[in-house]
Design a protein around this ligand. Structure first.
Ligand code: 5GP
Length: 164
C-alpha cells in the first residue's frame, strides 16, 4: 500500500502554532476565521486561539465520501453563513487540506466579492490544488490521515454501536 502522511494530535499542536505564526509574520490580521467543517473546525480553533481571533464562522461542505472517493462537485450544506454580514471584513478561511482545491475554491468564490480581503490557511496543500493557499504548513501528494478522522465513528447514524 502507498505510504500515507500521518498527522498525530501531538504534531497538530505544533502545526497550528506554526501556521498561525506564518499568518502573523505576514502581517495579516483577520477579523474572522471561516472554517470549513468538519476538518477545518480543528484548524480554525487552533488558529483562533493562536491569532487571538474570537470570531469564528462555519461553512459545511461535503465532497469526499472515502479515501479519494469524491462527489462530482463539493456542495454547501445549509445553513450557509450570510456573506452580507461579512462586508468590509478580513476573512481567513481555514481547512485541513487543499487537495483538488475545489472545496476552498467554492468557499473563497462565495466570499470574495463581498468581503474586504479573503485568504486561505491549510495544514496541507497538495501540488495539484487549483487554489494556491496563502498559508500552508506542509505540502504532500499523499493521502493524509488526520487525527480527528482516522478512527471510525463510535456510533453509526442508524444507532448501531461500533466501539465501546
Ligand atoms: P478538495 O476539495 O481540496 O479536493 O478536498 C478538501 C476536503 O477533502 C478536505 O477538507 C478533506 O475533508 C478531504 N480530503 C482531501 N484530501 C484528503 C486527504 O488526503 N486525507 C483526508 N483525510 N481527507 C482529505
Amino acid at each position: 500500500a502507498e505510504e500515507r502522511e500521518e498527522l498525530t494530535w501531538d504534531l497538530f499542536g505544533s502545526a497550528g502554532r506554526e501556521l498561525a505564526r506564518t499568518v502573523a509574520d505576514d502581517g495579516f490580521a483577520p477579523d474572522l476565521i471561516l472554517s470549513i467543517a468538519r476538518g477545518g473546525l480543528f484548524v480554525a480553533g487552533a488558529l483562533g486561539y493562536a491569532l487571538d481571533v474570537k470570531n469564528l464562522h462555519v461553512m459545511n461542505v461535503e465532497f469526499y465520501t472515502g479515501v479519494d472517493q469524491r462527489l462530482e462537485l463539493p456542495v454547501m450544506l445549509p445553513p450557509v453563513p450570510n456573506v452580507v454580514d461579512l462586508t468590509s471584513k478580513k476573512v481567513l478561511i481555514a481547512d485541513d487540506v487543499a487537495d483538488t482545491g475545489a472545496t476552498l475554491k467554492l468557499v473563497r468564490d462565495y466570499c470574495v466579492d463581498h468581503v474586504a480581503d479573503v485568504r486561505c490557511a491549510v495544514v496541507y496543500e497538495k501540488p495539484h490544488s487549483t487554489v494556491k493557499c496563502e498559508y500552508v504548513w506542509r505540502r504532500t501528494d499523499r493521502w493524509i490521515n488526520f487525527p480527528w478522522s482516522v478512527l471510525p465513528p463510535v456510533v453509526r447514524r442508524d444507532g448501531q454501536v461500533l466501539d465501546a
